[in-house]
Design a protein around this ligand. Sequence first.
Ligand code: ZN
Length: 489
Amino acid sequence: MSAYDQLMAYERVTQALGSVAGRTGWDQETMMPAGSAALRAEEMAALEEVLHARRTNPKLGDLLEAAESADDVSRANLRHIRRSFDRATKVPATLATAIARHTSKGQGIWAAARAENDFASFAPTLTEMIRLKREEAACLAAGGDLYDALLDDYEPGVTGAELQSMFDRMRPRLVDLRAQVLAEDGPAPIDHAFDEAGQMALSTVLARTFGYDLEIGRIDKAVHPFSSGSGTDVRITTRTSPRDPFNCFYSTIHEVGHACYEQGIDRAYELTPLGAGVSMGVHESQSRIYENQLGRSRAFTGWLFGQMRDQFGDFGVADEDAFYRVVNRVGSGYIRTEADEVHYNLHVMLRFDLERQLVDGRLEVADLEEAWNERFAADFGTAVDVASNGVLQDVHWSFGLFGYFPTYTLGNVYAGCLYQSLRGAVPALDDQLAKGDTSAATGWLRENLQQFGGLREPRETIRHACGFEPTEAPLLDYLDAKFGALYGL
Ligand code: ZN
């Protein structure tokens, strides 16, 4: 067997074990009995130990030296395996273990602090997490930028400085659009109770409508919506809230976007490094275009209005136009995950700036809550009332996920680019969406992006699909046009 074939055979087992670990995580959030948490933690730690040993096995280094690539696919496979091996071996095992241990401890402390609205009780844990992550970043960066080294885990190829300059270009236009929209009268929120069974039933209809294959997927309820798995077993979760059915429906469509990306990857790549979404930003471009550009469009919401009337009867919204306005209602709330399209990226930019300062050492954890509240007041015009609505709202930092937040906005930017090209490629898009037919749109995404999995680098994946160098301009133009029309600007 050639060195390359040996590598791929070895990798196949590692991928399969990783897939089992992912399924165990899914089970923990959906089906696991409440009393089984301690056993599950040991099971997952054992799997992680096996995976870490496989990923750092010196044999991999020898095979990587000897392996030769013959085409684009083998070149890409080797690139992924080399990156993973380099990252895994640069971090000493003692540090990796310390981070894993601190992460699992940190989540509980964060959750308790959030429940009590007490940032001070989480601050020492966060300080230690940042110390560990800085140490990890120093191992990875080899003298380079620490934040960039962490970012590389989620979005290979992009730097903090590049994101900073893109966000600096976006911010004034978003702030301006926000001010104009909020100066106008918006629609009242829906005042109606929607039964849970009806929400779950329509959720399943929506998932199928967007092309989610339930033969190799399933939908369950969980506290936080997520998508899990790749290839021929990709599962999603959603949640219901009696007075806010859009939380359920748009969480479902969002996760279906992630899941369809994973289901849409060329089956020949299953259990290889190419068999999963290429980066967080590209992943989010799929969930966002399904959720927003398609799911919240005038055409599609017209169809959804009919579906909701069939499912729930009269819920107090007169017609399709009124429904479209309600679905796209703009309001400045505290919570990122509930933010509308106008506010969402401002939430991300706040986090990006603060976490970059934390990692660089320009901001101390002791000053973080005050820095958050000041920035929030400046950007959103309201004072944060309690820490669970401010600095304690997101789980990411307690997990040590520094460098993750900006990929959300990068995903929105990429979705804007893809949507521009999609509209050009599918002239009858609105007519189809108005009938609840997303097949041309999702087919275009599968054909031009999803099927390739990890074949190309993230930015190249988007460039290949949309046919031009991705920039923030299409997203900003789309937002101006959409909300300008909605709010009569
Ligand atoms: Zn997402």
